[in-house]
Each structure stands twice: as structure tokens, then as C-alpha cells.
Design a protein around this ligand. Sequence first.
Ligand code: PMP
Length: 306
Amino acid sequence: QDFESKPAWFDGKFVALKDANLNIRTHALQYGTAYFGGMRAYYNEGKKNLYLLRLEDHHARLAQSGRILRMHWNMPFSEFRDITVKLLKDGGWRENCYLRPFIYKSELSLSPRLHNVEDKFALYAIPLNDYLDTTRGMRAAVSSWTRLSDNQIPARAKATGGYINSALAKSEALENGFDEAIFLDHRGFVSEGSAENIFLVRGGKLITPGTSSSILEGITRRTVIEIAADLGIETIERDISRTELYVADEVFFTGTGAQIAWIESIDRREIGEGKIGPITEKLRSTFFAYASGELPQYMKWLTPVY
Ligand code: PMP
């Protein structure tokens, strides 16, 4: 069965994804007044299990975005979980997939505003293995576009309209022959990728921008910090200057789509030895073992579909 024929949640019920269509006057389309999540389910071929990653954290982040954007999304976790699990089960999903939950201003009304506009929840799934090619190193470039700041469009809110900022940076990077962009924030410090958080390794420690650097509070970021702590690796959250990227031992991106993607060069300067570093490698292999349900200590982060 082709994924477009599989169920999506739309307007309070399941319909085939290909039939989940919106009116062109929809507020969210005209003004970008929506916010979203990005979740993954990993299929373990050997054990025939499909696991959703950190579903509760995704639910909590969606609710957090709703508070910022005045869409008081109050779907209880149990309902969110049941819809998500049923969508995958009824779709017979037996492969790695990406799920996109979102809350959007559904009214057909004019004027950009957040209050007194009806909103709705929707969810769909698509097949997804690598989003960034993790079999090789990324060639990244610092973007000429600045990360939007908390006082403009808060990155923390994962707002649809804010992704214009990401799209500008990503296209610039790709069209200049790079794989991914690295944003600096409005103060000039390193922020994040177009759809990823970023980590440096220096002197055996992880360094990542803090949550005041106009970043999305990434769930993979949190996972990496927690896995690293369990491996005895300390993480420091602090401001990072652009040139500190160039002299790091290792640099990698994290994200639900990106997973853990190591960076080979930044602004054409080779990072470390130009190959995947030992700490990145260790975190990556632990991450994939956890995601496929092989590590008992991290089963707490997994919701089984089957
Ligand atoms: N930053 C941005 C801008 C993103 O779009 C994403 C992807 N959701 C991330 C970071 C990584 O967040 P997460 O690990 O929760 O997917």
C-alpha cells in the first residue's frame, strides 16, 4: 500500500492522506500561523517491532509551542498517543517513518493574528530513512542569514512561518555547493542548523549552544546530552563563537530527521581529521541501538506500536 493511501488524522478523524486537503483561504497557509512537531518511528526488522521515540516529550513540546502561539492545544497525552499508534497500526507501517503532528489556524478569515482564530490538529506519516546522508560527513557553511530571534519569531515555538528563515539558509547552502547551513544568532554566536541542533567536541567534552541562542529545544539534543552523561561525557551549554567551530575536534548535527550527522568541514575548513570522530561515533551507535529497542535502559523513551 502506497503511503498516500494510508491514514492521516484530519479534522477529528482518520482519512486517507491523499484526501486530507485544505481550503486555499486557510489562515495557516496565508500567514504561516501553525506550529508542528517532527517525530520518528524506527522499525526493528529482526524483532518486528516498531518504536516511536520520546512521544511524551514531543507532546509536551507541542503544548509548549501552543502556549507561545496562543493556540491552547489541550489534547491529553493519552489521546495523542492513541491516535499516533492507531495511525501507524492501521497503516500497517513496517519501515522507518517520520510523523508530522501540527496545529494550524484553520479559519478562512483575513488578518494575521493569533487570538480568536479556530485551530485544529492534524497528523500524517511518510517513509523516511536518512534526511541528511549519514553515510558520509556533511559539508556545512555558516549562513549569511541570521537565525530569527526570540523576539521576532521564537524558534522555541517551532512555528511554521519561522521556517522561511530555515528555507532561506538551506537553499543558500545547497546552491553554493554545501550540504547544510549553520546559523549564527542575532548576537553573532552559533545557533543551530536549518533543521538541526549542533554540538562540538573539544577536549573530550560536548559543547552546545544554550537555549537562549535562538534554538529549537531539540528532543534529539536532549537525548544526546542524556546518553552522553550515561557514557560519562559532560555537556557544556554556552555561547559558541564562529571560529570555535573551525578548531573543534568533532562537530555534529542532531535532529529527528538528521539523527546524528557528523560534519566533515565548515566553511571549507576540515574539522578534526575530516572523518567521523570517536565521540560522535559512540553517540551515534548508542543512539541507533536505543532507537531500535536494543538498550534496556532507554526503553523508557520508546512507545511500541507492535
Ligand atoms: N532545530 C530546528 C530548527 C529544527 O527544525 C529541528 C528539527 N525538529 C531541530 C532543531 C531538532 O529538533 P528535534 O531533535 O526535536 O527533532
